[in-house]
Design a protein. Sequence first.
Length: 143
Amino acid sequence: EEEEDEAEEAEAEAEEDPSAALEKKRQEELEKEKEAEAARVEKERQEEEKAEEARKLHMEQVVQERKERVEALKRKREEQIKAEKERQEEVKREREEREKEEAEAAEQRRLEKEKEEKEKAEKERLEKEQAAKAEKGTDKKKG
C-alpha cells in the first residue's frame, strides 16, 4: 500500500515537474545504494568479528592443549622418577637383606668352626689324659 502511495506520488510529481521527479528518483536510488553499502559494510564487519573470535578461540584451545601436554609430560616424568626411586629402594633393601643373610651365614660358620676347634681341643686333652693315665699305670706296674 505504501509503495502504491509512493508510486502515485511519483507519478503526480512527474506530471507536475519531470526534472524534479527525476532528481527525486535519483536521490532515492542514491539513498538505497548508501543503505545497501552500509548494510554490506556492517555485514563485513560482523564477519570479521566472527573470524577474529574464531581465531581467538582457536588460539586459546591451542594454548590449553599445550598446557595439558606439558602437564601430562610433567606427571609422566614425576611418575618415572617415583618409579625409579622405588626401584632403587627395592634394590637397596634386597642388597641389605642379602648382606645380612651373608653376615649371619658367616657368623654361623664361625660358630661351627669354633665349636669344632673346641671339640678337637677337648678330644686331644682327653687323649693326652688317657695317655698320661696309661703311662702312670705302666709306671705303677713297673714299680
